[in-house]
Design a protein around this ligand. Structure first.
Ligand code: NAD
Ligand code: UGA
Length: 467
Protein backbone atom coordinates (compact mmCIF):
# COMPACT_ATOMS: atom_id res chain seq x y z
CA UNK A 1 0.00 0.00 0.00
CA UNK A 2 1.37 3.41 -1.00
CA UNK A 3 2.41 5.64 1.89
CA UNK A 4 2.53 9.28 0.91
CA UNK A 5 5.80 11.07 1.71
CA UNK A 6 5.33 14.35 -0.18
CA UNK A 7 2.18 16.38 -0.73
CA UNK A 8 1.88 19.50 -2.86
CA UNK A 9 -1.02 21.90 -2.65
CA UNK A 10 -1.57 24.34 -5.51
CA UNK A 11 -3.25 27.45 -4.08
CA UNK A 12 -2.14 29.08 -0.82
CA UNK A 13 -5.48 30.69 0.02
CA UNK A 14 -8.06 30.42 2.78
CA UNK A 15 -8.39 26.68 2.18
CA UNK A 16 -4.94 25.62 0.97
CA UNK A 17 -3.01 27.45 3.71
CA UNK A 18 -4.90 26.30 6.83
CA UNK A 19 -5.62 22.77 5.50
CA UNK A 20 -2.00 22.08 4.66
CA UNK A 21 -0.78 23.61 7.93
CA UNK A 22 -2.97 21.13 9.82
CA UNK A 23 -1.88 18.18 7.65
CA UNK A 24 1.77 19.14 8.21
CA UNK A 25 1.22 19.41 11.93
CA UNK A 26 -0.57 16.04 12.20
CA UNK A 27 1.69 14.17 9.75
CA UNK A 28 5.27 15.09 10.71
CA UNK A 29 6.77 12.46 8.37
CA UNK A 30 5.04 13.99 5.31
CA UNK A 31 6.65 16.93 3.51
CA UNK A 32 3.98 19.46 2.57
CA UNK A 33 4.62 22.07 -0.15
CA UNK A 34 2.11 24.86 -0.62
CA UNK A 35 2.61 26.73 -3.88
CA UNK A 36 0.96 29.73 -5.47
CA UNK A 37 1.54 32.08 -8.39
CA UNK A 38 0.82 35.05 -6.15
CA UNK A 39 4.31 36.09 -5.04
CA UNK A 40 3.10 38.59 -2.47
CA UNK A 41 0.92 35.98 -0.79
CA UNK A 42 3.78 33.48 -0.61
CA UNK A 43 6.13 36.16 0.78
CA UNK A 44 3.55 36.85 3.51
CA UNK A 45 3.28 33.14 4.34
CA UNK A 46 7.08 33.14 4.70
CA UNK A 47 7.25 36.37 6.73
CA UNK A 48 9.67 36.01 9.65
CA UNK A 49 6.95 37.40 11.92
CA UNK A 50 4.31 34.69 11.83
CA UNK A 51 1.64 37.26 12.75
CA UNK A 52 2.01 38.69 9.24
CA UNK A 53 0.78 35.60 7.39
CA UNK A 54 -1.90 36.62 4.88
CA UNK A 55 -4.86 34.96 6.56
CA UNK A 56 -6.21 35.71 9.99
CA UNK A 57 -7.68 32.60 11.62
CA UNK A 58 -7.64 31.89 15.35
CA UNK A 59 -4.91 29.27 16.03
CA UNK A 60 -3.41 29.33 12.51
CA UNK A 61 -0.30 31.40 13.26
CA UNK A 62 0.66 29.00 16.06
CA UNK A 63 0.43 25.94 13.80
CA UNK A 64 2.38 27.68 11.03
CA UNK A 65 5.06 28.69 13.54
CA UNK A 66 5.37 25.07 14.68
CA UNK A 67 5.60 23.48 11.21
CA UNK A 68 6.96 26.07 8.78
CA UNK A 69 10.35 25.19 7.31
CA UNK A 70 10.24 21.84 9.13
CA UNK A 71 7.76 19.92 6.98
CA UNK A 72 5.61 22.81 5.70
CA UNK A 73 7.00 24.97 2.89
CA UNK A 74 5.50 27.89 1.00
CA UNK A 75 6.87 28.70 -2.43
CA UNK A 76 6.18 29.96 -5.95
CA UNK A 77 8.10 27.04 -7.51
CA UNK A 78 5.01 25.26 -8.80
CA UNK A 79 6.77 22.97 -11.32
CA UNK A 80 9.29 21.73 -8.80
CA UNK A 81 6.59 21.04 -6.21
CA UNK A 82 4.48 19.12 -8.75
CA UNK A 83 7.49 17.04 -9.75
CA UNK A 84 8.32 16.19 -6.15
CA UNK A 85 4.86 15.16 -4.91
CA UNK A 86 3.05 11.83 -4.98
CA UNK A 87 -0.21 13.53 -4.10
CA UNK A 88 -1.29 16.96 -5.44
CA UNK A 89 -4.18 18.93 -3.98
CA UNK A 90 -5.74 21.54 -6.25
CA UNK A 91 -7.05 24.31 -4.02
CA UNK A 92 -7.27 27.25 -6.37
CA UNK A 93 -10.16 29.69 -6.59
CA UNK A 94 -13.26 28.81 -8.62
CA UNK A 95 -15.11 32.15 -8.83
CA UNK A 96 -18.34 32.88 -10.68
CA UNK A 97 -17.69 33.51 -14.38
CA UNK A 98 -17.76 37.19 -15.29
CA UNK A 99 -17.76 36.70 -19.08
CA UNK A 100 -19.03 34.48 -21.87
CA UNK A 101 -21.39 31.52 -21.57
CA UNK A 102 -22.71 31.13 -18.02
CA UNK A 103 -21.61 34.68 -17.10
CA UNK A 104 -22.83 35.54 -13.59
CA UNK A 105 -23.67 31.93 -12.68
CA UNK A 106 -21.30 29.19 -13.85
CA UNK A 107 -18.04 28.50 -12.02
CA UNK A 108 -14.98 29.80 -13.83
CA UNK A 109 -12.77 26.73 -14.14
CA UNK A 110 -9.86 28.37 -15.95
CA UNK A 111 -7.58 28.20 -12.89
CA UNK A 112 -8.42 24.52 -12.39
CA UNK A 113 -7.70 23.73 -16.01
CA UNK A 114 -4.40 25.62 -15.90
CA UNK A 115 -3.37 23.51 -12.91
CA UNK A 116 -4.32 20.29 -14.69
CA UNK A 117 -2.34 21.26 -17.78
CA UNK A 118 0.66 22.25 -15.68
CA UNK A 119 0.56 18.93 -13.82
CA UNK A 120 0.27 17.07 -17.12
CA UNK A 121 3.24 18.95 -18.55
CA UNK A 122 5.52 18.51 -15.55
CA UNK A 123 4.70 15.08 -14.05
CA UNK A 124 7.20 12.35 -14.77
CA UNK A 125 5.76 9.71 -12.47
CA UNK A 126 2.28 8.61 -11.31
CA UNK A 127 0.29 11.13 -9.27
CA UNK A 128 -2.82 11.20 -7.16
CA UNK A 129 -4.63 14.44 -7.93
CA UNK A 130 -7.08 15.65 -5.30
CA UNK A 131 -9.84 18.16 -6.03
CA UNK A 132 -9.94 20.33 -2.91
CA UNK A 133 -11.57 23.32 -4.57
CA UNK A 134 -15.37 23.35 -4.78
CA UNK A 135 -16.27 22.25 -8.30
CA UNK A 136 -19.29 21.59 -10.49
CA UNK A 137 -20.35 17.96 -10.43
CA UNK A 138 -18.48 15.96 -13.11
CA UNK A 139 -15.40 18.21 -13.17
CA UNK A 140 -13.26 15.15 -12.43
CA UNK A 141 -14.24 13.92 -15.89
CA UNK A 142 -12.70 17.01 -17.50
CA UNK A 143 -9.60 16.76 -15.31
CA UNK A 144 -9.14 13.10 -16.25
CA UNK A 145 -9.45 13.93 -19.92
CA UNK A 146 -6.88 16.75 -19.76
CA UNK A 147 -4.41 14.75 -17.66
CA UNK A 148 -4.62 11.60 -19.74
CA UNK A 149 -4.59 13.29 -23.13
CA UNK A 150 -1.91 15.90 -22.61
CA UNK A 151 0.34 14.19 -20.08
CA UNK A 152 3.63 12.36 -20.37
CA UNK A 153 2.02 8.93 -20.30
CA UNK A 154 2.09 8.69 -16.50
CA UNK A 155 -0.91 7.41 -14.53
CA UNK A 156 -3.27 9.71 -12.64
CA UNK A 157 -5.88 8.94 -10.03
CA UNK A 158 -8.37 11.74 -9.47
CA UNK A 159 -10.05 12.05 -6.08
CA UNK A 160 -12.62 14.52 -4.85
CA UNK A 161 -12.04 15.75 -1.31
CA UNK A 162 -14.16 18.87 -0.79
CA UNK A 163 -13.45 21.10 2.16
CA UNK A 164 -16.17 21.97 4.67
CA UNK A 165 -14.27 24.35 6.97
CA UNK A 166 -15.84 27.69 7.79
CA UNK A 167 -13.68 30.79 8.10
CA UNK A 168 -13.14 32.08 11.61
CA UNK A 169 -13.23 28.50 12.93
CA UNK A 170 -11.08 26.88 10.23
CA UNK A 171 -8.52 25.31 12.55
CA UNK A 172 -11.11 23.79 14.88
CA UNK A 173 -13.09 22.58 11.86
CA UNK A 174 -9.98 20.94 10.41
CA UNK A 175 -8.92 19.34 13.67
CA UNK A 176 -12.41 18.10 14.54
CA UNK A 177 -14.45 17.91 11.34
CA UNK A 178 -17.99 16.50 11.34
CA UNK A 179 -16.72 14.32 8.50
CA UNK A 180 -14.09 14.14 5.80
CA UNK A 181 -15.48 13.27 2.39
CA UNK A 182 -13.41 11.42 -0.18
CA UNK A 183 -14.83 10.53 -3.57
CA UNK A 184 -13.03 8.16 -5.90
CA UNK A 185 -13.23 5.17 -8.19
CA UNK A 186 -13.50 1.74 -6.66
CA UNK A 187 -13.31 -0.25 -9.92
CA UNK A 188 -9.65 -1.22 -9.81
CA UNK A 189 -7.18 -2.18 -7.10
CA UNK A 190 -5.00 0.82 -8.05
CA UNK A 191 -7.95 3.22 -7.73
CA UNK A 192 -8.86 1.79 -4.33
CA UNK A 193 -5.25 2.17 -3.22
CA UNK A 194 -5.23 5.83 -4.29
CA UNK A 195 -8.32 6.45 -2.19
CA UNK A 196 -6.79 4.57 0.74
CA UNK A 197 -3.62 6.71 0.48
CA UNK A 198 -5.70 9.82 1.14
CA UNK A 199 -7.70 8.10 3.88
CA UNK A 200 -4.36 7.26 5.53
CA UNK A 201 -3.35 10.94 5.57
CA UNK A 202 -6.49 11.90 7.50
CA UNK A 203 -6.26 8.78 9.67
CA UNK A 204 -3.30 10.45 11.41
CA UNK A 205 -5.87 12.31 13.53
CA UNK A 206 -9.34 11.07 12.57
CA UNK A 207 -11.20 7.80 13.08
CA UNK A 208 -12.62 5.57 10.34
CA UNK A 209 -16.14 6.71 11.25
CA UNK A 210 -15.21 10.33 10.50
CA UNK A 211 -13.95 9.52 7.00
CA UNK A 212 -16.69 8.93 4.46
CA UNK A 213 -15.88 7.50 1.04
CA UNK A 214 -18.23 7.77 -1.94
CA UNK A 215 -18.07 7.80 -5.71
CA UNK A 216 -16.54 10.93 -7.26
CA UNK A 217 -19.82 12.45 -8.45
CA UNK A 218 -21.55 12.10 -5.07
CA UNK A 219 -18.60 13.79 -3.43
CA UNK A 220 -18.51 16.70 -5.87
CA UNK A 221 -22.27 17.21 -5.64
CA UNK A 222 -22.37 16.85 -1.83
CA UNK A 223 -20.21 19.94 -1.43
CA UNK A 224 -22.55 22.12 -3.50
CA UNK A 225 -25.52 20.56 -1.72
CA UNK A 226 -24.12 21.25 1.75
CA UNK A 227 -23.53 24.92 0.99
CA UNK A 228 -26.97 25.25 -0.62
CA UNK A 229 -28.68 23.74 2.45
CA UNK A 230 -26.69 25.93 4.86
CA UNK A 231 -27.41 29.11 2.93
CA UNK A 232 -31.05 28.10 2.57
CA UNK A 233 -31.43 28.01 6.35
CA UNK A 234 -30.14 31.58 6.60
CA UNK A 235 -32.44 32.82 3.84
CA UNK A 236 -35.33 30.99 5.50
CA UNK A 237 -34.79 32.63 8.88
CA UNK A 238 -34.13 35.99 7.20
CA UNK A 239 -37.44 35.67 5.37
CA UNK A 240 -39.11 35.08 8.72
CA UNK A 241 -37.27 38.09 10.19
CA UNK A 242 -39.19 40.41 7.89
CA UNK A 243 -42.43 38.78 8.91
CA UNK A 244 -41.44 39.15 12.57
CA UNK A 245 -40.91 42.88 12.11
CA UNK A 246 -44.46 43.24 10.82
CA UNK A 247 -46.06 41.10 13.53
CA UNK A 248 -44.01 41.85 16.68
CA UNK A 249 -42.84 38.25 16.86
CA UNK A 250 -39.14 38.11 17.81
CA UNK A 251 -36.94 36.24 15.30
CA UNK A 252 -34.51 34.98 17.96
CA UNK A 253 -37.40 33.55 19.95
CA UNK A 254 -38.83 31.92 16.85
CA UNK A 255 -35.39 30.49 15.96
CA UNK A 256 -35.01 29.08 19.46
CA UNK A 257 -38.47 27.57 19.43
CA UNK A 258 -38.04 25.82 16.10
CA UNK A 259 -34.40 24.90 16.75
CA UNK A 260 -35.41 22.84 19.78
CA UNK A 261 -37.14 20.45 17.41
CA UNK A 262 -34.35 17.91 16.93
CA UNK A 263 -35.40 17.46 13.30
CA UNK A 264 -34.62 21.13 12.65
CA UNK A 265 -31.72 21.68 15.09
CA UNK A 266 -30.47 24.98 16.56
CA UNK A 267 -27.51 25.84 14.32
CA UNK A 268 -27.45 28.28 11.41
CA UNK A 269 -30.66 30.02 12.38
CA UNK A 270 -29.25 33.44 13.22
CA UNK A 271 -31.06 36.16 11.32
CA UNK A 272 -28.68 38.72 9.86
CA UNK A 273 -28.18 41.53 7.39
CA UNK A 274 -27.54 38.74 4.84
CA UNK A 275 -24.95 36.06 4.37
CA UNK A 276 -21.64 36.88 2.75
CA UNK A 277 -18.42 35.00 2.10
CA UNK A 278 -16.81 33.80 -1.06
CA UNK A 279 -18.77 30.58 -1.42
CA UNK A 280 -22.48 30.47 -0.59
CA UNK A 281 -23.56 32.73 -3.43
CA UNK A 282 -21.02 31.38 -5.90
CA UNK A 283 -21.87 27.76 -5.18
CA UNK A 284 -25.64 28.22 -5.34
CA UNK A 285 -25.34 30.14 -8.60
CA UNK A 286 -23.26 27.27 -9.88
CA UNK A 287 -25.95 24.81 -8.80
CA UNK A 288 -28.57 26.94 -10.54
CA UNK A 289 -26.48 26.96 -13.70
CA UNK A 290 -25.89 23.20 -13.65
CA UNK A 291 -29.61 22.56 -13.13
CA UNK A 292 -30.53 24.89 -15.99
CA UNK A 293 -27.94 23.28 -18.26
CA UNK A 294 -29.55 19.91 -17.56
CA UNK A 295 -33.02 21.30 -18.33
CA UNK A 296 -34.14 21.26 -14.69
CA UNK A 297 -35.67 24.75 -14.55
CA UNK A 298 -37.81 24.11 -11.43
CA UNK A 299 -34.75 22.88 -9.52
CA UNK A 300 -32.82 25.97 -10.66
CA UNK A 301 -35.65 28.33 -9.65
CA UNK A 302 -35.97 26.67 -6.25
CA UNK A 303 -32.34 27.31 -5.33
CA UNK A 304 -32.17 30.74 -6.93
CA UNK A 305 -34.70 31.96 -4.37
CA UNK A 306 -32.04 31.58 -1.67
CA UNK A 307 -29.95 34.23 -3.42
CA UNK A 308 -32.92 36.44 -4.25
CA UNK A 309 -33.91 36.44 -0.56
CA UNK A 310 -30.35 37.25 0.50
CA UNK A 311 -30.09 40.19 -1.90
CA UNK A 312 -33.44 41.44 -0.61
CA UNK A 313 -32.25 41.23 3.00
CA UNK A 314 -29.15 43.34 2.33
CA UNK A 315 -31.11 45.89 0.31
CA UNK A 316 -33.96 46.25 2.77
CA UNK A 317 -31.47 46.86 5.61
CA UNK A 318 -29.90 49.73 3.64
CA UNK A 319 -33.31 51.06 2.60
CA UNK A 320 -34.45 50.98 6.20
CA UNK A 321 -31.51 53.17 7.23
CA UNK A 322 -32.42 55.77 4.62
CA UNK A 323 -36.12 55.68 5.48
CA UNK A 324 -35.48 56.00 9.21
CA UNK A 325 -33.15 58.96 8.74
CA UNK A 326 -36.07 60.99 7.36
CA UNK A 327 -35.61 59.68 3.81
CA UNK A 328 -32.24 61.30 3.29
CA UNK A 329 -28.71 60.34 4.26
CA UNK A 330 -27.07 62.79 1.89
CA UNK A 331 -24.03 64.27 3.65
CA UNK A 332 -24.87 62.42 6.87
CA UNK A 333 -22.21 60.45 8.67
CA UNK A 334 -23.09 56.76 8.96
CA UNK A 335 -20.73 54.62 10.96
CA UNK A 336 -20.36 50.98 9.93
CA UNK A 337 -18.96 48.70 12.60
CA UNK A 338 -17.52 45.64 10.90
CA UNK A 339 -16.58 45.02 7.28
CA UNK A 340 -15.56 41.32 7.31
CA UNK A 341 -18.31 38.91 6.19
CA UNK A 342 -18.30 37.32 9.66
CA UNK A 343 -16.33 37.63 12.87
CA UNK A 344 -12.83 36.24 13.43
CA UNK A 345 -11.71 36.56 9.82
CA UNK A 346 -10.12 39.29 7.70
CA UNK A 347 -11.97 38.00 4.64
CA UNK A 348 -14.40 40.50 3.14
CA UNK A 349 -15.52 38.69 0.01
CA UNK A 350 -19.25 39.24 -0.66
CA UNK A 351 -19.63 40.85 2.77
CA UNK A 352 -23.05 42.43 3.33
CA UNK A 353 -21.22 45.61 4.42
CA UNK A 354 -20.02 46.16 0.85
CA UNK A 355 -23.54 46.10 -0.61
CA UNK A 356 -25.08 48.19 2.15
CA UNK A 357 -22.33 50.80 1.67
CA UNK A 358 -22.78 50.77 -2.08
CA UNK A 359 -26.47 51.54 -1.60
CA UNK A 360 -25.78 54.29 0.94
CA UNK A 361 -23.17 55.81 -1.38
CA UNK A 362 -25.83 56.10 -4.08
CA UNK A 363 -27.73 58.19 -1.52
CA UNK A 364 -24.57 60.30 -0.99
CA UNK A 365 -24.00 59.26 2.63
CA UNK A 366 -20.65 59.90 4.31
CA UNK A 367 -19.54 56.45 5.45
CA UNK A 368 -17.01 55.73 8.17
CA UNK A 369 -15.86 52.15 8.58
CA UNK A 370 -14.20 50.45 11.52
CA UNK A 371 -13.23 46.75 11.46
CA UNK A 372 -10.65 45.24 13.80
CA UNK A 373 -9.01 43.12 11.07
CA UNK A 374 -9.68 44.72 7.69
CA UNK A 375 -7.36 47.28 6.09
CA UNK A 376 -8.54 50.53 4.53
CA UNK A 377 -7.17 49.48 1.12
CA UNK A 378 -9.33 46.36 1.24
CA UNK A 379 -12.44 48.45 1.94
CA UNK A 380 -11.73 50.72 -1.03
CA UNK A 381 -10.88 47.76 -3.27
CA UNK A 382 -14.17 46.04 -2.38
CA UNK A 383 -16.22 49.12 -3.22
CA UNK A 384 -14.32 49.88 -6.41
CA UNK A 385 -14.70 46.27 -7.57
CA UNK A 386 -18.48 46.69 -7.74
CA UNK A 387 -17.98 49.43 -10.30
CA UNK A 388 -21.09 51.37 -9.24
CA UNK A 389 -19.22 54.49 -8.16
CA UNK A 390 -16.20 56.39 -9.33
CA UNK A 391 -13.05 55.56 -7.27
CA UNK A 392 -12.48 59.26 -6.54
CA UNK A 393 -16.06 59.61 -5.26
CA UNK A 394 -15.61 56.51 -3.06
CA UNK A 395 -12.46 57.93 -1.48
CA UNK A 396 -14.19 61.24 -0.90
CA UNK A 397 -17.24 59.70 0.77
CA UNK A 398 -15.75 56.75 2.65
CA UNK A 399 -13.30 56.95 5.51
CA UNK A 400 -11.74 53.95 7.22
CA UNK A 401 -10.64 54.53 10.81
CA UNK A 402 -8.79 52.51 13.40
CA UNK A 403 -10.98 53.10 16.44
CA UNK A 404 -14.71 52.64 17.07
CA UNK A 405 -14.84 55.90 19.03
CA UNK A 406 -13.57 57.81 16.02
CA UNK A 407 -15.97 55.94 13.75
CA UNK A 408 -19.02 56.88 15.83
CA UNK A 409 -18.00 60.44 16.73
CA UNK A 410 -20.75 62.81 15.53
CA UNK A 411 -22.36 60.07 13.47
CA UNK A 412 -26.07 60.25 12.70
CA UNK A 413 -26.31 56.50 12.76
CA UNK A 414 -24.28 53.42 13.68
CA UNK A 415 -24.86 50.14 11.84
CA UNK A 416 -23.47 46.83 13.10
CA UNK A 417 -22.42 44.82 10.07
CA UNK A 418 -20.26 42.05 11.58
CA UNK A 419 -20.76 40.22 14.87
CA UNK A 420 -17.26 40.90 16.30
CA UNK A 421 -17.30 40.12 20.06
CA UNK A 422 -15.62 43.42 20.89
CA UNK A 423 -18.69 45.39 19.77
CA UNK A 424 -20.42 44.13 22.89
CA UNK A 425 -17.71 45.44 25.17
CA UNK A 426 -17.88 49.10 24.12
CA UNK A 427 -18.99 51.90 26.39
CA UNK A 428 -22.21 52.57 24.45
CA UNK A 429 -23.23 55.42 26.79
CA UNK A 430 -20.14 57.32 25.79
CA UNK A 431 -20.65 56.53 22.11
CA UNK A 432 -24.22 57.81 22.41
CA UNK A 433 -23.10 61.05 24.04
CA UNK A 434 -20.83 61.87 21.10
CA UNK A 435 -23.34 61.10 18.36
CA UNK A 436 -25.77 63.42 16.56
CA UNK A 437 -29.29 63.29 17.96
CA UNK A 438 -31.52 61.47 17.55
CA UNK A 439 -28.84 58.77 17.62
CA UNK A 440 -29.86 55.82 15.45
CA UNK A 441 -28.55 52.30 15.92
CA UNK A 442 -29.11 49.58 13.32
CA UNK A 443 -28.09 46.18 14.59
CA UNK A 444 -27.60 43.96 11.55
CA UNK A 445 -26.48 41.05 13.70
CA UNK A 446 -28.71 41.26 16.77
CA UNK A 447 -25.73 41.27 19.11
CA UNK A 448 -26.59 44.21 21.33
CA UNK A 449 -29.30 44.20 24.01
CA UNK A 450 -31.81 46.51 22.38
CA UNK A 451 -33.61 47.35 25.62
CA UNK A 452 -30.34 48.55 27.21
CA UNK A 453 -29.55 50.55 24.09
CA UNK A 454 -33.00 52.17 24.17
CA UNK A 455 -32.51 53.08 27.83
CA UNK A 456 -29.29 54.86 26.91
CA UNK A 457 -31.29 56.89 24.43
CA UNK A 458 -30.67 55.22 21.06
CA UNK A 459 -33.38 54.81 18.44
CA UNK A 460 -32.87 51.12 17.78
CA UNK A 461 -33.65 48.90 14.82
CA UNK A 462 -32.75 45.22 15.12
CA UNK A 463 -33.32 42.55 12.45
CA UNK A 464 -36.52 40.61 13.03
CA UNK A 465 -37.56 42.51 16.17
CA UNK A 466 -40.53 44.67 16.84
CA UNK A 467 -40.31 48.35 17.78
P1 NAD B 1 -8.33 31.92 -2.43
O1 NAD B 1 -8.64 32.87 -3.51
O2 NAD B 1 -8.12 32.40 -1.03
O3 NAD B 1 -7.01 31.09 -2.82
C1 NAD B 1 -6.80 30.52 -4.08
C2 NAD B 1 -5.33 30.71 -4.44
O4 NAD B 1 -5.05 29.97 -5.64
C3 NAD B 1 -4.92 32.15 -4.73
O5 NAD B 1 -3.89 32.55 -3.84
C4 NAD B 1 -4.44 32.11 -6.18
O6 NAD B 1 -3.31 32.96 -6.44
C5 NAD B 1 -4.04 30.67 -6.35
N1 NAD B 1 -3.99 30.21 -7.74
C6 NAD B 1 -4.92 30.39 -8.70
N2 NAD B 1 -4.51 29.79 -9.84
C7 NAD B 1 -3.31 29.23 -9.60
C8 NAD B 1 -2.40 28.48 -10.38
N3 NAD B 1 -2.67 28.17 -11.67
N4 NAD B 1 -1.24 28.08 -9.82
C9 NAD B 1 -0.96 28.38 -8.53
N5 NAD B 1 -1.80 29.09 -7.73
C10 NAD B 1 -2.97 29.50 -8.27
O7 NAD B 1 -9.48 30.83 -2.46
P2 NAD B 1 -10.02 29.94 -1.23
O8 NAD B 1 -10.95 30.72 -0.40
O9 NAD B 1 -8.87 29.25 -0.60
O10 NAD B 1 -10.91 28.88 -2.04
C11 NAD B 1 -10.31 27.88 -2.84
C12 NAD B 1 -11.36 26.86 -3.21
O11 NAD B 1 -11.85 26.24 -2.00
C13 NAD B 1 -12.60 27.42 -3.90
O12 NAD B 1 -13.05 26.50 -4.84
C14 NAD B 1 -13.61 27.56 -2.78
O13 NAD B 1 -14.93 27.44 -3.25
C15 NAD B 1 -13.27 26.38 -1.91
N6 NAD B 1 -13.62 26.52 -0.48
C16 NAD B 1 -13.37 27.68 0.17
C17 NAD B 1 -13.66 27.79 1.53
C18 NAD B 1 -13.40 29.06 2.30
O14 NAD B 1 -13.78 29.11 3.45
N7 NAD B 1 -12.77 30.05 1.75
C19 NAD B 1 -14.18 26.69 2.22
C20 NAD B 1 -14.40 25.50 1.52
C21 NAD B 1 -14.12 25.43 0.15
C1 UGA C 1 -19.37 28.26 4.67
C2 UGA C 1 -19.78 26.89 5.22
O1 UGA C 1 -20.24 27.05 6.56
C3 UGA C 1 -18.58 25.93 5.20
O2 UGA C 1 -19.00 24.63 5.62
C4 UGA C 1 -18.03 25.86 3.77
O3 UGA C 1 -16.89 25.03 3.74
C5 UGA C 1 -17.67 27.25 3.30
O4 UGA C 1 -18.83 28.11 3.37
C6 UGA C 1 -17.22 27.28 1.88
O5 UGA C 1 -17.50 26.39 1.11
O6 UGA C 1 -16.58 28.30 1.57
P1 UGA C 1 -18.08 30.38 5.64
O7 UGA C 1 -18.70 31.07 4.47
O8 UGA C 1 -16.63 30.51 5.85
O9 UGA C 1 -18.40 28.80 5.55
O10 UGA C 1 -18.79 30.87 6.98
P2 UGA C 1 -20.26 30.60 7.59
O11 UGA C 1 -20.11 30.43 9.04
O12 UGA C 1 -20.97 29.55 6.87
O13 UGA C 1 -20.98 31.99 7.35
C7 UGA C 1 -21.35 32.42 6.06
C8 UGA C 1 -22.19 33.66 6.15
O14 UGA C 1 -23.47 33.37 6.71
C9 UGA C 1 -21.59 34.75 7.05
O15 UGA C 1 -21.82 36.01 6.48
C10 UGA C 1 -22.37 34.60 8.34
O16 UGA C 1 -22.41 35.77 9.09
C11 UGA C 1 -23.73 34.22 7.81
N1 UGA C 1 -24.57 33.48 8.78
C12 UGA C 1 -24.17 32.27 9.24
C13 UGA C 1 -25.79 34.02 9.19
O17 UGA C 1 -26.17 35.12 8.77
N2 UGA C 1 -26.56 33.31 10.08
C14 UGA C 1 -26.19 32.10 10.56
O18 UGA C 1 -26.95 31.51 11.35
C15 UGA C 1 -24.96 31.56 10.13
Amino acid sequence: MKKIKTITCIGAGYVGGPTMAVIASKCPEIKVNVVDINEKRIAQWNDADVNNIPIYEPGLAEIVAETRDKNLFFSTEVDQAIDEAEMIFISVNTPTKTYGIGKGKAADLKYIELCARQIARVAKDDKIVVEKSTLPVRTAEALTSILHNTGNGVKYHILSNPEFLAEGTAIQDLLKPDRILIGGDSDTQEAREAMQALVDVYAHWLTDEQILTTNVWSSELSKLTANAFLAQRISSINAMSELCEKTEADVDEVAKAIGMDSRIGPKFLKASVGFGGSCFQKDILNLVYISQSLGLQEVADYWEQVIIMNDHQKRRFAQHIVKTLYNTVSGKKISLLGWAFKKDTNDTRESAAIYVSDYLLSEHAKIVVYDPKVSSEQVYADLEYLGTHDPAFIREQVKVVSSPTEACFQAHAVAIMTEWNEFNTYNWKEIYQHMMKPAFLFDGRNILNRYEMKEIGFEVYAIGKGP
